[in-house]
Design a protein around this ligand. Structure first.
Ligand code: GLN
Length: 287
């Protein structure tokens, strides 16, 4: 049977709804637009356009992938963040909208345009790329352990014209010299407690890289590692800014307060009202 854009979208929406996908219409439109190399507006303007045999096959294959709860971002290979387009694949965490709060917080804390900024566990590279674009004179470094993730980060830096301003370092952040001091250290580390991983959505559990998500027993392993090293690697008045899980503010603040040099510790909420970011300023008593 011939399918046109309208009838295919209705069928696809139905399929995805049955599979428990949360936004079946939107996802259907994004997938079909991707398959046909059109925009979502094009789909609305030309609902009667017929799909040829090969388009229909490919479109059905993409709906089937989504039915199995593969994230849309991995099917189409990119994701918007901070109104920019980023390449993603199964080796990196797909950028989440709430991580924009981390960027907003960082931008507000920058006091000198020539800031020297480090991102720990950079993944797809969204943090250094956005910071480099927003602050044209800043110098970015980014540490990432996984070479496959790092090649995505590099491709994103190239795509956005900031590759020459970001020093990507392939290393385990736990045992490499961070080469500070920095005026700002950022991280969206893995923070889901290991025992909660089973409960996260199938899209995340089955398709996203576990090492970008699993933060150990209480989800706090990376904060415990990063905070003491940051004491050494931050300039006086430098900022440490983390993304956190919605119920981790108290624990992360307590970890920071173990070091008397961290002042102005503040928890910031995301647009859903959840605690999402913690920031702290380092101040040394002698300067
Ligand atoms: N916010 C992500 C999620 O819940 C987790 C990100 C992280 O561990 N850094 O899917």
């Amino acid at each position: 049977m011939d399918a046109n854009i309208n009838s295919f979208l209705n069928w696809s929406q139905n399929q995805l709804a049955q599979a428990g996908v949360l936004s079946p219409r939107l996802d259907s439109e994004i997938l079909l637009a991707h398959t046909l190399n059109l925009s979502r507006t094009d789909l609305k303007v030309r609902p009667e356009r017929v799909l040829n045999e090969s388009e229909k096959k490919l479109a059905e294959k993409n709906v089937e992938r989504r039915r199995k709860r593969e994230p849309v971002s991995l099917i189409v290979g990119h994701q918007e963040f901070w109104s920019l387009d980023f390449l993603v694949d199964e080796n990196v965490l797909t950028p989440r909208p709430e991580t924009e709060i981390l960027i907003e917080t960082a931008l507000k804390c920058i006091s000198s345009p020539a800031a020297k900024i480090l991102d720990l566990g950079t993944g797809s590279g969204i943090l250094p790329v956005v910071m480099a674009k927003e602050i044209p004179e800043c110098k970015m470094s980014a540490i990432e352990i996984d070479p496959k993730a790092l090649s995505i980060a590099n491709a994103n830096a190239l795509q956005h014209g900031v590759a020459d301003r970001i020093n990507f370092i392939r290393a385990d952040l736990r045992n490499v010299d961070w080469s500070g001091p920095y005026s700002m250290i950022l991280s969206n580390p893995p923070y889901i407690p290991s025992s909660d991983i089973e409960e996260v959505m199938p899209e995340v559990k089955n398709y996203e890289p576990m090492k970008a998500l699993d933060g150990g027993k209480k989800g706090l392993d990376f904060y415990q590692t990063i905070i003491p090293i940051s004491v050494e690697q931050l300039e006086n008045n430098g900022w440490l800014i983390f993304e956190i899980g919605h119920d981790q503010a108290r624990d992360v603040v307590a970890l920071l307060k173990e070091f008397s040099c961290f002042l102005d510790v503040e928890v910031i909420q995301d647009y859903s009202g959840y605690d999402r970011v913690v920031k702290a300023r380092k101040e040394t008593s002698n300067g």
